[in-house]
Design a binder for this molecule. Sequence first.
Ligand SMILES: NC(=O)c1ccc[n+]([C@@H]2O[C@H](COP(=O)([O-])OP(=O)(O)OC[C@H]3O[C@@H](n4cnc5c(N)ncnc54)[C@H](O)[C@@H]3O)[C@@H](O)[C@H]2O)c1
Length: 304
Amino acid sequence: MGLLDGKVAIVTGAGRGLGRGEAIELARQGARVVVNELDPEIGKAVVDEIESAGGEAALDTGDCSEDETARGLVRTALDTWGRLDALVNNAGILRDRTVAKMTPDEWDAVVKVHLRGHFLPTHYACAHWKDSGQPGRIVCTASTSGLLGNFGQANYGAAKAGIAAFSTIVAMEMARYGVRCNAIAPAARTRMTEGAYGSLQDRDSEEGEAFDFWHPDNVAPLVAYLCSELAGDISGKVFGVQGDAVELYQPFTSAAAIQNHDTRWTPEGIAARVHELFDESGIVAEVENMMGKLRFSMTDRSTI
Ligand SMILES: NC(=O)c1ccc[n+]([C@@H]2O[C@H](COP(=O)([O-])OP(=O)(O)OC[C@H]3O[C@@H](n4cnc5c(N)ncnc54)[C@H](O)[C@@H]3O)[C@@H](O)[C@H]2O)c1
C-alpha cells in the first residue's frame, strides 16, 4: 500500500535533479505520473525507470511556462487516467548575475520559467478541481534565495519570493474547493547547484554508506507527504527541506511599529525615531547576509 495509491500527479521539470526524485517517489507511493521535461531523452529515462519498477507514467516534453503545454499536462492526466490529484511545480533555471550586469533576457527567462511556469499549470489544475469538485494538492518550489535573498540572484530570488506569495494566495483561494497548496524551499546537489554541495558524481553512494545529506532524493518524501491525504490539514505554508531536515518558515511579519499621534509623519520626524524600530525588534539597519545565517547551508556566491 502506497500513500498515493490510485492517485494521478504531474511533476514539471521531472527529468533530472529534484523533479526526477519527486516523480519517482510519487510513483513508488502508487501515483501515476505525468513527467514533464524539456529534454526528451532524460524525461523518457524517468518514465522508463518508473515503468520498470512497475509504475505508470506519461511523458510530456513541452515548456511548462507555455500555455499549450500547461493545458496539455492537465489534459494528459485526465485523458490517460481520468483524474488529477496533485501538481508539483518544480521546473526551474538559473541565469545568475549581479543586478548592474544582468540583461533583460536573463531577467525575463528566469521570471518566465518560474512564475509563468508555476502559474499556468496551477491555473489549469485549479480550474479542473473547481469545476469537477475533486480535491487536489499543489506543491510549489520556492527557494531560500527568495525567502532570504542571495547575492547574484535578483531575477531568481524575485521569482522565488513571488512563488512563496503565489502559493499562499492559491491556498487561500482554493481552500473552499478542497485544494491544499504549499511551497518547499529545498537544498540539494543537482546540476543547478553543482559545486555548492559537492560534485554530481558523489550522488551514487552505495546502499549502507553514510547518509548523503545533499542528495536530491532527500527532498522527495516531503513532497509525497504534501501530495497525500495525510497532509489534508496543511495549506499555505513554506517548508525548508534538505538532508534529514524539514523546517517550517514563518511568513513576513511586522516586527515593530512607531506611530505619530494621529499626525502625518515628516521625513525628519521619521529620522528622529526610526531607531525605535530597530531597538524594539533587534533587527540591524544595514544590509545583512541572511543566507549566511541558514542552519543548513554553506553557499558562498560572492564571486559572481
Ligand atoms: N537544487 C537546489 O538546491 C535548489 C534550491 C532551491 C530551489 N531549487 C529549485 O528546485 C527546482 C528543481 O531544481 P534542480 O536543482 O532539480 O535543477 P535541475 O537543473 O537539476 O533540474 C531542473 C529540470 O527542469 C527542467 N526544466 C527547466 N525549464 C523547464 C521548463 N520550462 N519546462 C519543463 N522543464 C524544464 C530542466 O531541463 C531540468 O531537467 C527548481 O525550481 C529550482 O529553482 C533547487
